[in-house]
Design a protein around this ligand. Structure first.
Ligand SMILES: NC(=O)c1ccc[n+]([C@@H]2O[C@H](COP(=O)([O-])OP(=O)(O)OC[C@H]3O[C@@H](n4cnc5c(N)ncnc54)[C@H](OP(=O)(O)O)[C@@H]3O)[C@@H](O)[C@H]2O)c1
Length: 237
């Protein structure tokens, strides 16, 4: 069991999916948890679900000014985990260019903004959720792969630039819930069954599995510049 007692952890994107699972697990392990995202209603519901004194902050990762202002006032963190992004997925020739640029704005530049401004204690950590498409391209997901590849590369460069702060990433394949929640329960179940059957693990991942890995990296002082591809074997299938 990990022990985060006395430590401050921020989960940017913690109001749903992998981020919410990470915030809830960190709180269970004793951390003082803050979740940040754009929607007050989602934050309120998530804070109620996490309990244990969790706090929230309104933050749009796309705005460098907002991110800089937030970190100027929020003090030093032990660990910052970035799961927040909103990305439309479609083949390159079908996705409007404005949506493609917006995807980079959200997932790549959002994390970049945090990396520029977050105040993190020496030996503490900054983590992001990238994705297995970084190294295992899939037709129809080229843009997502490019964003994830850029993030993985950035993480390793940042591990050198920001030391003694440690910088890591977890790169999953499909994870149930979260960004797929706009689909009906039946649509999700059918998709998870079809996609999961192609993974050596025989199923898609859970938010809790990715959360545990993110927190393990945060708690491991030897982990920096580390990319964990936690994908049910999708990369080797
Ligand atoms: N689920 C998967 O299958 C999967 C697989 C590989 C990688 N990933 C990556 O893992 C990350 C989390 O995925 P998820 O499935 O947990 O997604 P999710 O449930 O949609 O969660 C995204 C979170 O980010 C917040 N957010 C979105 N845009 C934001 C912004 N501009 N500023 C601040 N917060 C923002 C959302 O809250 P608000 O709406 O309140 O802002 C929400 O809390 C994403 O980067 C995704 O690409 C997911």
């Amino acid at each position: 069991m990990l022990d985060f007692n006395g430590q401050r952890i921020l989960v940017a994107g913690g109001s749903s999916g992998i981020g919410l699972a990470t915030a809830a697990l960190a709180a269970e392990y004793g951390a003082s948890v803050t979740i940040a995202s754009r929607s007050a209603a989602r934050l309120e519901a998530a804070v109620a679900q996490i309990g244990k004194g969790a706090q929230s902050a309104m933050l749009d990762l796309i705005s460098d000014e907002d991110v800089a202002a937030y970190f100027a006032e929020s003090g030093a963190w032990d660990h910052v985990v970035v799961t927040g992004s909103e990305v439309k997925i479609a083949p390159v020739r079908q996705l409007p260019l404005s949506d493609a640029r917006q995807a980079f704005e959200s997932k790549f530049w959002g994390f970049y903004h945090v990396a520029r401004s977050a105040r993190i204690a020496p030996g503490g950590s900054l983590s992001v959720v990238a994705g297995f498409l970084a190294t295992r391209p899939v037709a129809g997901r080229a843009l997502m792969g490019a964003i994830n590849g850029a993030l993985e590369s950035l993480v390793q460069g940042l591990a050198l630039e920001l030391k003694p702060v440690r910088v890591n990433a977890v790169s999953p394949a499909m994870v149930a819930g979260g960004m797929w929640s706009h689909l009906s329960a039946e649509e999700q179940a059918a998709m998870y069954a079809t996609v999961g059957a192609n993974y050596p693990a025989g199923r898609v991942g859970t938010g809790e599995e990715i959360a545990r890995q993110l927190l393990l990296l945060a708690a491991t002082g030897y982990a920096t510049g580390t990319i964990v591809t936690l994908d049910g074997g999708a990369s080797i299938a």
